[in-house]
Design a protein around this ligand. Structure first.
Ligand SMILES: NC(=O)c1ccc[n+]([C@@H]2O[C@H](COP(=O)([O-])OP(=O)(O)OC[C@H]3O[C@@H](n4cnc5c(N)ncnc54)[C@H](OP(=O)(O)O)[C@@H]3O)[C@@H](O)[C@H]2O)c1
Length: 324
């Protein structure tokens, strides 16, 4: 008989009411798989989009679906070809598989080893479980696609959320001047993470404030919010600036031809996770935690992330008590 695990799951697309918590069969351990005792699993806005069925054109789902792509935990079993991360290794990863079915909001998961790597030693399990998707998104956007360099100025929209919090720190580490946009309530929070200037998007057009802070314009605009805030901010770009968005495909933006635009969708990458671990272990990358929730409270975790006003990360903690 298949081993079972306690998991959050849903059997059809829909709202938060579709979520259930109970025992489910674990997938059989394949040759290249590992079984992980989950210590922490970050929740992201995309988990709600997948649950609603709106992400199906990009990543199809199979039911019952266990949501969640972020994980930190301990390897319990290894398939014969999974030799990189032996039993007992503390691992973390962004487990976005080709089909959304065997997610991370569970006490145990069986996943291909290829999505995982050693977790940062300096981070708690909760912090490490909240890092993969937001860390990869910020790194692949600001540093890899955005090519942010020392001495440049970056404007970050949505800077107090999971992605933005990582983006501020990576931009500071790159030696850039950071202008961070969120509500005034989060100004101190963003300053503590390294923002040189904070801008309240509720206080008037963002471009008006940026014009005073950086009259020559910004080199890189990193958009993690889109909508009106992005529309208002386009005028802040230098003529040959770069715009990286994790939400907007650029079609409706009518950008000058000289602006380099790229839409980024975060990709699983062990090499990039290794880089993020090095930054975290060097004290250059922290993961501020907004709230943790037990598996039984998974609906509350979704309610918080679906508010779109989370400061830092929301993380599901299936094992109690937390040991690290
Ligand atoms: N393409 C990809 O691969 C990818 C990857 C990760 C995330 N995303 C997307 O990126 C977005 C951000 O993700 P996240 O995890 O950082 O979300 P999050 O943790 O929910 O953070 C959202 C943040 O945006 C701020 N905010 C809300 N309205 C704003 C506005 N009009 N202007 C500026 N800031 C505003 C909020 O701050 P206040 O509370 O102060 O308003 C909040 O801190 C989501 O839509 C997500 O789906 C895409």
């Amino acid at each position: 008989m298949a081993q079972q695990t306690k998991a959050a799951y849903y059997t059809e697309f829909g709202g938060i009411d579709k979520l259930q918590v109970g025992p489910l069969d674990l997938p059989e351990l394949g040759a290249a798989d590992v079984q992980v005792l989950v210590q922490a699993a970050g929740i992201n806005p995309v988990d709600a989009i997948v649950r609603e069925g709106k992400f199906a054109p990009v990543v199809p789902s199979a039911f019952p679906t266990v949501p969640g792509w972020d994980v930190c935990g301990i390897v319990e079993k290894c398939g014969p070809e999974a030799t990189r991360l032996p039993v007992g290794t503390e691992v973390y990863g962004y487990v976005r598989q080709p089909v959304a079915q065997h997610g991370t909001f569970a006490e145990r998961i069986v996943v291909p080893e290829q999505y995982l790597t050693k977790s940062p030693e300096k981070l708690s399990w909760v912090e490490a479980g909240g890092l993969p998707l937001v860390g990869l998104t910020a790194y692949q956007s600001v540093i890899k696609a955005g090519q942010l360099k020392a001495g440049e100025t970056v404007l970050i929209l949505g800077a107090s959320g999971g992605v933005g919090s990582a983006a501020i720190q990576l931009a500071k580490d790159a030696g850039a001047r950071v202008l961070a946009v969120a509500s005034a309530e989060n100004a101190d929070y963003m300053t503590k993470l390294g923002a040189d200037e904070t801008i309240d998007y509720k206080a008037g057009p963002v471009a008006d404030t940026v014009k005073k802070l950086a009259p020559e314009g910004v080199d890189l605009l990193f958009d993690a919010i889109s909508g009106d805030t992005l529309a208002q901010s386009l005028a802040t770009l230098k003529p040959n600036g770069r715009l990286i968005s994790v939400l907007n495909d650029g079609k409706s933006l009518s950008l000058p031809a000289s602006v380099r635009f790229q839409h980024v969708m975060a990709q699983p990458s062990v090499a990039d996770l290794d880089h993020l671990r090095e930054l975290a272990d060097a004290g250059k990358l922290t993961v501020p935690i907004a709230a943790t929730f037990a598996l039984d409270d998974v609906k509350k975790a979704f309610e918080q992330i679906e508010s779109h006003h989370t400061t830092g990360k929301v993380v599901i903690v299936p094992q109690r008590p937390e040991k690290k």
